[in-house]
Design a protein around this ligand. Structure first.
Ligand code: PHE
Length: 343
């Protein structure tokens, strides 16, 4: 009996180590460890063993079973072939997968898309322009000659040969009007650059959406109508607007436009405390606008006696900050997931 056990052990181990496929392993498992297999057969023979030998032989049989089971595991692992694995690739499809967290759009992208959607629904089309511009498109064509004082605040990052990073998306007005004839109804979203020191409300780079409309009969009331539709869709039906006289070289007349504070609803107060979002004023500035200056029409070869138009420009960060209640512009650019996950 002892001899038989030893021989079987050697035979099993050498057969398992010669196995080359999952089928081999399975066949050997049945041969040795199956319910009617060789090892079961030996256990059955235990009944005929002399009583004083029984414990010893029983132990040997148990050891044999363990050793053959180990050989089976070793062979299975070597072939990478536990029975449920994909036979062709040695790939275990029952392993738990690696879960990739689903991301979502950046809050600025969400606001850009909403702005675009509102204006596309109003019949505007989207135009694009370069971020590296010539000073002509950024300044002169927009009626900002070299000696104009308003140029100081926009004077931006110069590259060389009069090339610079644009400080406003109004450049796209010129580029579109040079190429196309009225009627025009265009928005131009994009990045702009200014030599501003970075703090909670300033950044050397930020995003704007420019918009303009040109036709024979465009009036200031069209500008008002379009912008108030925009404000209501962006911030809610009860949003009010106010126009304050302002100056831009490329529009005349010009205005800065405020909406009623979306936090205190224009009251300036929250219960009894001053509203911190609008500083108690009840109004929030969201854009600059006006009627396109005749000089701008001249620089693109439009007859200023014939064409009328309005233009406006808004800061996307500013709108996103108001919409989401964000109080520091720098958060948009830091890619901190703890911030981004909130929107
Ligand atoms: N370009 C102006 C700015 O960057 C905004 C503006 C656009 C004002 C169009 C009037 C008309 O501040």
């Amino acid at each position: 009996m002892e001899e038989k056990i030893k021989a079987l052990r050697e035979e099993a181990i050498s057969e398992f180590s010669a196995a080359v496929s999952a089928e081999d392993v399975e066949r050997l498992r049945i041969k040795y460890l199956g319910r009617k297999g060789l090892i079961s057969g030996l256990f059955a023979g235990l009944a005929g063993v002399a009583p004083e030998e029984k414990p010893k032989i029983g132990n040997l049989l148990n050891e044999l079973k363990t050793a053959v089971s180990e050989a089976l595991k070793g062979a299975a692992a070597r072939i990478g072939s536990i029975s449920v694995s994909s036979k062709a690739e040695g790939l275990d499809i029952t392993m738990p997968g690696i879960k990739r967290p689903l991301g979502h759009k950046h809050p600025l992208t969400q606001v850009f898309e909403r702005i675009n959607e509102i204006f596309l629904n109003l019949g505007f089309k989207i135009a694009d322009g370069p971020e590296i511009e010539t000073s002509y498109y950024n300044f002169e064509a927009l009626n900002i000659p070299l000696e104009h004082p308003s140029r100081d605040t926009f004077d931006t990052f110069y590259i060389k040969d009069k090339h610079l990073l644009r400080s406003q998306t109004s450049t796209v007005q010129i580029r579109v009007m040079e190429k196309e004839k009225p009627p025009l109804q265009v928005i131009a979203p994009g990045k702009v650059y200014r030599p501003d020191a970075t703090d909670a409300s300033h950044s050397f780079m930020f995003h704007q959406v420019e918009g303009f409309m040109v036709n024979e009969d465009i009036r200031f009331s069209d500008l008002k109508g379009i912008l108030s539709l925009f404000a209501k869709q962006m911030f809610g039906e009860d949003t009010k607007m106010r126009f304050r006289p302002h100056f831009f070289p490329f529009t005349e007349p010009s205005a800065e436009i405020d909406i009623s504070c979306i936090i205190c609803k224009g009251r300036g107060l929250l219960t009894t405390k001053r509203c911190s979002v609008c500083g108690g004023k009840g109004w929030l500035e969201i854009l600059g606008a006006g009627m396109i200056h005749p000089k701008v029409f001249e620089s693109v070869g439009y007859d200023p006696a014939k064409w009328r138009g309005f233009a406006f420009g808004m800061g996307v960060e500013r709108i996103a900050m108001l919409k989401f209640g964000i109080d520091d512009i720098r958060l948009f650019y830091e890619n901190d997931l703890r911030f981004l996950k909130q929107f």
